[in-house]
Design a protein around this ligand. Structure first.
Ligand SMILES: C[S@@+](CC[C@H](N)C(=O)[O-])C[C@H]1O[C@@H](n2cnc3c(N)ncnc32)[C@H](O)[C@@H]1O
Length: 244
């Protein structure tokens, strides 16, 4: 699939374009705004809680950690981690979404920033002098990156944090694509998207090849572990834990 480079605009207008809602009014809308849905309804409480537990354990979050939540969305998950770490720095390039976070998901130890993840990490030293994050999270957003941007992001993180753990969750795994398009109707839906040139893949983004991730990490001398997610969370996405 060719790359779609208007993701910022896509996410800014997602709530209105998909649901006809101008702004978030309640907790359910927060889920809709960042596509945390199944059949257009917010994911179950069980799945939400499970993801939060997995983030805490996979990142081995501790009370002295400084965590950067890259592409943090409206803070739905960010906020749930506030009591587990010392400080959280969230960044997202959708103004409407980050403004929602600043309105609904505030805490003394969370700061939300508007901007692209790569640009933010590039200027991190100037923006946050003396702060050296130990952990990084990117939940359900790598699908909106190109390989070159991902590589640049890792390069910047390495420069800011000599030692870090970075959990990238929910990356569509190209090897598991047919678990998702698993009925004749779904296969046809995918074929139709391709035929009409929907480069967003109906919002799902890019299917990543695990080999491409390995190659980038090896080039940068970073350790990585790739794990396929399990149901009930997902049977077509993978998680990547990168460390240095
Ligand atoms: C599916 S939502 C996930 C949000 C949040 N991480 C969560 O799990 O609820 C994807 C988010 O990634 C953000 N995003 C995508 N590419 C980005 C980039 N290059 N820099 C900053 N934010 C980005 C979008 O604005 C959107 O809020």
């Amino acid at each position: 699939m060719d790359y779609f480079d208007k993701w910022q605009d896509y996410w800014d207008k997602f709530l209105f374009n998909r649901y006809g809602k101008e702004a978030v009014q309640n907790e359910d809308d927060l889920f809709l705004q960042v596509a945390r849905t199944e059949n257009k309804k917010r994911v179950t409480h069980e799945i939400f809680e499970r993801i939060i537990e997995l983030i805490k354990s996979d990142l081995d979050l501790k009370t002295d950690d400084i965590l950067v939540d890259l592409c943090c969305g409206n803070g739905l998950f960010t906020y749930e981690l506030k009591n587990t770490v010392k400080q959280i720095i969230g960044v997202d390039f959708s103004r409407s979404i980050i403004e929602t976070a600043s309105k609904f998901k505030i805490a003394n130890n969370i700061s939300y920033h508007y901007g692209s993840a790569v640009d933010f990490m590039k200027s991190f030293g100037a923006l946050m002098p003396g702060v050296i994050p130990s952990k990084y999270l990117m939940n359900d957003a790598l699908a909106y990156f190109q390989q070159k941007d991902f590589k640049e992001l890792l390069f910047c993180i390495k420069a800011v944090s000599p030692h870090f753990k970075f959990l990238i969750r929910g990356v569509p795994n190209n090897d598991l694509k047919w678990n998702y398009y698993n009925t004749p109707e779904r296969k046809q839906f995918y074929a139709d998207l391709q035929a009409k040139g929907d480069l967003t893949n109906y919002g799902l983004g890019t299917w990543w090849q695990p080999e491409d991730i390995k190659e980038i990490c090896e080039e940068l001398g970073l350790n990585y572990v790739i794990t396929n997610q399990q149901l009930p969370v997902s049977n077509f996405r993978m998680d990547i834990c990168i460390s240095a």
